[in-house]
Write a protein that binds this ligand. Structure first.
Ligand code: GTP
Ligand code: MG
Length: 379
């Protein structure tokens, strides 16, 4: 039976890590699409934990498995669907696929990510830059072993960094394969000129990959997100973090594109979902220094962030110059070409964090790409 729109209610099972008790608490979070309100039920104590209320920090787009939603500064991880109605609805409308930017797409990573968000309408649930070893490439392309183009394919895919992505959309496998276009670049240019392979591909290199079945999605995601370990360089580096609001506003690709076209190297990049404790750990040097410290901590944990290790000579200074002053209003007046002038909204929602002091650069990159990357192998 169809529920009418006003009464439509979705249910999610969430996990909240309670630091004072050092345990994970389980809740049912209800979402009412008619007015965007949420309600929380505590199944253990059999009572309503939070009465139905509209919250600016949670919107319909934020509801997908694996995401963390911010409810009064508490981060609830969406662990599963809470009823069959919700499962059916979301498995159809928020299905996932695995997409990948191949090595020849490196300079276009920002442009491709921008198209993924703003033209394709996909949500990126996971993202990771890494290298594929010959061994992993032969697992990834096992079905093509023995074909005449196999060696070319393995050399191609192992030649430099790839960017693996879990992509979310209705009928995602099909939608993504249609968005990337035909396998053959010439055919793509002729038949699907707006597809990613037509725009970014060249000759035998078709720049992007898309899974062809649900089984491939599982296998490919497991390989890239759980098995492959990416080692950061931790030399001549600085750390840049795209904040959740900038990702939600669809600006992640544009920011990455500026970094690359300005001649910086992105040597590590991964999407993380950090909680308040991790945000505090990362920003501890700002405690008591920045007046908006606690808002900044909240703003970092209301959705995914994208952390990057950036390399160049004198990179900490140069990157800080490109990022601009902390306050976007000042940046707009004095340094209109900076990232914060273009994508920042105020001192808290200022689009990106970047390493301030030379001596913190290695620590910050190490925090994400060694500590968190191994702490949360799923991401
Ligand atoms: P992927 O998303 O990369 O898996 O492409 P696909 O699913 O559209 O094609 P398929 O899995 O059949 O082939 C995998 C990759 O092998 C392609 O992306 C091409 O790079 C390469 N490839 C496939 N067929 C040929 C071919 O006939 N000649 C050459 N040179 N390369 C091919
Ligand atoms: Mg294929």
């Amino acid at each position: 039976m169809l529920r009418n729109e006003v009464n439509q209610r979705f249910c999610f099972l969430t996990e909240f890590y309670d630091p004072s008790a050092a345990l994970i608490r389980h809740y049912q979070v209800f979402y009412y699409p008619s007015d965007g309100a949420i309600e929380i039920y505590d199944p253990k104590n059999n009572r309503i934990f939070l009465k139905r209320i509209q919250l600016p920090t949670v919107s319909f787009k934020d509801l997908y498995k694996g995401n963390e939603i911010n409810i009064f500064s508490r981060l609830h991880k969406i662990a599963d669907y809470g009823d069959e109605y919700t499962r059916k609805y979301f498995e159809k409308t928020r299905s996932t696929t695995y997409g990948m930017i191949k090595p020849d797409g490196y300079m276009n990573i920002g442009k491709i990510i921008d198209m993924i968000y703003n033209v394709g309408g996909f949500t990126i649930g996971k993202l990771k830059l890494c290298r594929m070893s010959k061994e992993n490439a032969s697992i990834f392309y096992a079905e093509h072993q023995g074909k005449p183009f196999y060696n070319f394919l393995i050399d191609y895919i192992t030649s430099d960094f790839i960017v693996g992505m879990e992509l979310i959309k209705e009928d995602a496998i099909k939608a993504w394969r249609s968005f990337i276009g035909p396998t053959n670049v010439d055919k793509a240019k002729a038949e699907a000129p707006n597809s990613l392979r037509a725009i970014f591909g060249n000759g035998g290199k078709n720049t992007v990959h898309g899974s062809d079945s649900e089984a491939s999605v599982k296998r490919e995601c497991a390989l890239v997100f759980n098995k492959i370990r990416h080692e950061p360089y931790l030399t001549n580096c600085s750390c840049l973090v795209i904040k959740p609001h900038a990702i939600k506003e669809g600006n992640a690709g544009k920011i990455i594109d500026i970094i690359l076209t300005e001649g910086f190297e992105i040597s590590s990049m991964q999407m993380f979902y950090i909680d308040k404790i991790q945000a505090e750990e990362f920003f501890q040097v700002y405690k008591g220094v920045l007046p908006e410290y606690s808002q900044m901590i909240d703003s970092m944990s209301c959705g995914p962030i994208i952390a990057m290790e950036i390399r160049q000579d004198d990179v900490v200074n140069k990157l800080r110059n490109l990022v601009g002053p902390q306050d976007p209003d000042i940046a707009k007046k004095l340094r209109p070409n900076t990232i914060r002038a273009k994508f920042g909204k105020n001192r808290v929602f200022n689009a990106v964090h970047c390493t301030d002091l030379e001596e913190d650069a290695v620590l910050e990159c190490d925090y994400f790409f060694n500590k968190l990357a191994s702490y949360k192998p799923d991401y």
